[in-house]
Design a protein. Structure first.
Length: 147
């Protein structure tokens, strides 16, 4: 499903989330929580196109998160954020929650960083359609625009 309204990119993640009265827990978190749902971030210009696939035409976002563990030398904060994402995706799938998606460009791992981080909230709802794996082994999930 195509989006129903054009995206408006603004400078910064926090500023974009403020447009819907939501705050990011911290600047490196991959999710924000609303009263009864989640806002997931989607880096649509990520350098790793195989692990971050966004299809505007199909209204899908597929993300693969590599195995992360403190025992393998990954920072505890990164592992915590991955677990937070996995748990939110799992809950959203199990509860059939309608969620929101924050499109992000210009991050540390983007293909174009010259304009800095820019973000836009999709006004439509998204649902988790698939989840597989674990934080320690690798996990992937698919979000689909539903309305």
């Amino acid at each position: 499903m195509k989006q129903t309204k054009p995206l408006v990119y603004i400078k910064g993640l926090k500023a974009a989330l403020k447009t819907i009265n939501i705050e990011l827990r911290d600047q490196y978190s991959w999710i924000a929580k609303t009263e009864n749902s989640f806002v997931f971030t989607a880096e649509i210009d990520h350098i790793d196109k195989q692990k971050n696939k966004y299809s505007h035409k199909d209204g899908t976002f597929h993300k693969v998160v590599e195995p992360l563990s403190v025992q393998n030398g990954v920072a505890q904060t990164t592992v915590r954020h991955a677990k937070e994402l996995f748990d939110a995706v799992s809950l959203a799938l199990d509860s059939e929650l309608k969620c929101r998606l924050l499109f992000v460009k210009g991050t540390k791992y983007s293909t174009n960083q010259k304009d800095g981080v820019r973000a836009a909230i999709d006004s439509d709802n998204w649902m988790v359609r698939q989840l597989s794996g674990s934080v320690e082994e690798e996990f992937s999930f698919v979000l689909e625009r539903v309305e």
